[in-house]
Structure formats: C-alpha cells, structure tokens
Design a protein around this ligand. Sequence first.
Ligand code: IPM
Ligand code: MG
Length: 360
Amino acid sequence: MHKKIGVIRGDCSSHEIVDQTLRVLDFIAEKYGHEFEYTPIAMGGDAIDQFGHPLPDHELEKALASDAVLLGAVGGPKWEGMPGELRPERGLLALRKGMNLYSNLRPAKIWPQLADASPLKKEIVDKGIDFIIVRELTGGVYFGEHKTFEENGILKAVDIMPYDENEIRRIGRVGFETAMKRNKKLTLVDKANVLDTSRLYRKVMDELKKEYPEVEYDVMFVDNAAMQICKNPSQFDVIVTENMFGDILSDEASEITGSIGMIPSSSLGDGTNGLYEPIHGSAPDIAGQNKVNPIACILSAAMMLRYSFDMVREAQAIETAVEAVLNQGLRTADMMSEGMQETGTVEMTDAILKALETCN
Ligand code: IPM
Ligand code: MG
C-alpha cells in the first residue's frame, strides 16, 4: 500500500522520537511491501520560528491532504512568553480543530514488565490496569471564548465551556462503540453536580445507552474519578469525558501505568485521516541528550497503522517488538527500575528494530 504520512517533527526532544519512529516505519514498509511517503509539516514552535505562526494555513492543508499525521510533541521554554494566540500549543489545537478530530483515544494499560515503576502499591497494580480514556477533543473550554479584560479597575479573565448535543452524541457514540469492542463497560466522567454541560452530557448519554443494551453504563464525578484511578483502577474499562477532564485524567492514568513515556494516542474524526501522538510533552529538559523514551511515539505509529491504514499485522508486529525489548530488561531513564539496563533513545529503537526482524 502507498500511504502519505504527514510528519510533524515538533519541538525540543520531539525530533529525537519522531526520527526514531520513522526508522521503525521504514522498516515496516520494507518488510511488508508498503510505501510510506513522508510530508514534513511545520507546527508549534518550529512553525513560529519559520513562519511567525504556530499553524499557518498552508501547513494545515498538508495535514488535510495526508492519509494520516504523525506528531511528536510541541512547545518549550523558548516560546513561553508568546501571547496566547501565538503559543505552540495553539497550533496543536488548530490542527485538531482543522482536521475535525473530535475523538481522542488514550489507553492506560500496565505493561507487566513496568509494574515496579508504577507509583501505586503492588496489590492495586496486581488487580490489573487496562482501560482507555475517550476524550472529546474539539469542544469545551479549549475552544470556547477566552478573554482577559479590566472591569472597574480590576483584571478579570473568562473562559467559556460550550457543548452542543451533537458534539456530545458523536463522542458518546465513540465511547459506546469502544466499549463494545472491549469489556462492554462505559463510565461517563463529568461534574454534573455543578456544570450544565455535564448535565447535558448525562441527558444525551441516557438516550444513547438505549442503543447499547449490552454495555454496562455508569456515571462518575470527575473528582471521584481522579481518586478512583489511583485507588481502584481495575474497575474501569472505557471512560468517556469532555476535553479538559480528559486532558487531566489521561496524565494521571498514564503515570500509574509506570511512565507517561509509554502512552500513545490516536485522534480521529469521521474519516480515517487521523493524528497520532504520544500523550507526553516535548521534554525540553532532556532535549538533545539521547534520553527521551521513543516508545510512546513508536506505539502511536502502530496505532496509525491499525486505525488509519488497517494494517493490523504490522501494528501488532511493532507492539510485540516493544514488548520483547521490555522483556530484555531495556529501559529508558523515565521507566528505569532496579536491575534493569538503562538505554538511550537510539539504542532503544535499535533494539526494537532488531526484535522486529523476528516478528511476523
Ligand atoms: C495533551 C496536551 C495538550 C492538551 C496541550 C499541549 C495543549 O496536554 O495533548 O494532552 O491540553 O490537549
Ligand atoms: Mg495533556
């Protein structure tokens, strides 16, 4: 198959993981007889440096013309003082919106090999952690009106959190469909004791659940969910939630699995052109030191193969190879634990490539 992949090398240590991920994709192309054509896309700090804007229209056009887009991470101290509209993160939000990627899937799964790196007690980890957060990605407070102004000599700021029923229905449906493919348990996480948007979520989900009688559906307030994720994560299968709650809970969920450096994500809309990115940031503190964990980005590429290109065998091969290197005891610094062998970004990828040679 011939596929056009938009590649956003991103900022700070992101270059290192994207470059390593392309080595893995090249290997897959060669081994399984595909052709991957890479189109560089500038977004974030890189685009600000080149064009004075975090996502110029011509770069968004390239993303829309791709079959899928791979991203590392954007942002860094260099652009921190920029006004809100021109921050690197704004490019990411514009890309999500511009590609209409309303559903963001963030798996939280403990790799048994990394159980020692989880901050949770062994008896909690031993019960198993394997759930997925379905995060609404193009609505809510991220995309409502933001303003800062002066009123009677006092500075005020306002961020509005709008949702309409259609936005809720389509992400709710992704939640139910995802649950149907897994253990058929869905939890809506919200703040319905305070927020109108949450109450609308509940109303729409109550209608939707009638179409999915097999799914065990429940609701949970977000503050309780934050606690339950540490206390009893094995109770969750699929969590569906609005944009900002999903942002916050997915960082928490990733950390309990051992390392945020291991968690990939997919963002899709109605079609198959999606955006695939690790959920971690651009790790400026370790940029250029061959220290950053490439696995979340490599696993994001595996998700791209599976969900955008329907290359299930190829995706599986990458996941098996990652598992193999973990079994060999190789760890980047973020997931290091006693008795393991610390390795760099490039060497970790070398080991994954070697393991891929023996996967089918
Ligand atoms: C994420 C990130 C982004 C978000 C930032 C970089 C804007 O934290 O993908 O989780 O908040 O969505
Ligand atoms: Mg986040």
